[in-house]
Design a protein around this ligand. Structure first.
Ligand SMILES: *Cc1c(COP(=O)(O)O)cnc(C)c1O
Length: 397
């Protein structure tokens, strides 16, 4: 039996996978079980920001694997403490809670927001306002926060206490935020919602609304963080800081790690026994995550991502002038999308057949999230591929 048959026979059928079994990766290239190479413009869904098998990460991982993998949070470990110190030194936050995924980081954020007001003697403040078209994860609390019917479908009753505002619409949000609201939770740029960049002033207006009403602001930077938008965190583009921020995806460059960061004032609600995770922040993953952040900030990767991101968007704009199918190019840094006038899945499939991995969100949006080390030459290659694929699609119509 080959890999696909074995998987289809035994793995829970929750994924609509491409008929492609990948066996190896290096930099921005992955190889299938037939030895065919693909240039990776999705990077494990904005995860492998430093590419596949980065030699320095392999070295740190190997060294830590020989030293200490896991001892639980009954004890102190060096890499976890160092990673938390790094994250707080480079962000608005003072304290970090480590989990293993984005959903767990958001779960911690929601729990912390509720507990913060319970501790203040305001238990009636427990509601979270999140956004329509948002994505926050698949656990019961995070799917309840997710403003997409397709994610919640089949799991009723969802958790009580979630309201959904239209994204990038401060009027709609102000109608929903009230005395029962503990937090407003949003992605600075909606990822799964279709790479939606809000108006430059929007996040500052949200911050002001939260301050006026006394509720907390949670930024889900699980997809936008760790250099994806050309800065370490997307909030830096908007000059606004949250009270709580969640990270995961690229933090471990593919090792599972999630983190919930908060200010001292808010984090004080998490006392011993209030929250926990067996695997949260193991020496193995935190040693790698620290190295990820050092490479990102000390080797010019952030600046490179900003530059190649602009190059990618400009190249797509040129393609747009040639193909009427492309309606809009949007994004920031190397989180980029092209909205097209037709279903995106056949285009994604055709690109794969041409040796380029991209993906689609919201049916008609092509998403590009390559490793941040992608080169202009690799982007040029993708443009030749997209040009060819879109020309074929034009003919079929
Ligand atoms: C991917 C993602 C999540 C969920 O992360 P998991 O690790 O899959 O649980 C949450 N929020 C955003 C914005 C994401 O992109």
């Amino acid at each position: 039996m080959d890999i696909q048959q074995l998987a289809d026979a035994h793995i829970a059928n929750t994924y609509a996978r491409f008929p492609l079994a990948l066996v190896k990766g290096q930099g921005c290239t992955v190889w299938d079980d037939q030895g065919r190479a693909y240039t990776d413009f999705i990077a494990g869904i904005a995860v492998c920001n430093l590419g596949h098998s980065h030699p320095d990460l392999v070295a740190v991982l190997s060294e830590q694997a020989r030293t200490l993998w896991h001892v639980s949070n009954l004890y102190y470990t060096g890499p976890q403490a160092e990673l938390a110190a790094w994250l707080t030194a480079h962000s608005f936050a003072d304290r970090v809670f480590f989990g293993n995924s984005g959903a767990e980081a958001n779960e911690a954020a929601i729990k912390l927001a509720r507990k913060y007001f319970k501790d203040q003697g305001a238990p009636e403040r427990y509601r979270v306002v999140s956004m329509k078209q948002s994505f926050h994860g698949r656990t019961m609390a995070t799917l309840s926060a997710t403003g997409q019917e397709k994610v919640r479908k089949g799991y009723d009753p969802i958790l009580e206490g979630f309201d959904y505002a239209a994204f990038d619409d401060i009027e709609d949000l102000s109608c929903l935020v009230g005395p029962a609201t503990c937090a407003v939770m949003l992605e600075p740029i909606q990822g799964e919602g279709g790479v939606v960049v809000p108006d430059k002033a929007y996040l500052a207006e949200v911050r002001r609304l939260c301050d006026e009403t006394g509720c907390l602001l949670i930024f889900d930077e699980i997809q936008t963080g760790i250099g994806r938008t050309g800065k370490l965190f997307a909030y830096e583009h908007f000059g606004v800081t949250p009270d709580i921020m969640t990270l995961a995806k690229a933090l471990g460059n593919g090792l599972p790690i999630g983190a919930m960061l908060a200010t001292e004032k808010v984090a004080a609600a998490f006392v011993p026994g209030a929250h926990a995770s067996t695997f949260g922040g193991t020496p193995l993953v935190t040693a790698v995550a620290l190295k990820v952040l050092q490479i990102l900030t000390e080797e010019g990767v952030l600046e490179q991502a900003a530059k190649t991101g602009a190059y990618l968007r400009e190249a797509l704009m040129r393609l747009k002038t040639k193909h009427a199918a492309i309606q809009e190019i949007r994004g920031m840094g190397l989180l980029v999308a092209a909205r097209i006038d037709r279903p995106a899945a056949p285009i994604v499939r055709a690109c794969m057949e041409q040796g380029y991995l991209i993906n689609c969100v919201q049916d008609n949006i092509l998403r590009f999230a390559p490793p941040l080390i992608v080169t202009p030459e690799q982007i040029d290659g993708l443009m030749v591929c997209l040009d060819k694929v879109l020309s074929g699609a034009d003919k079929q119509r």
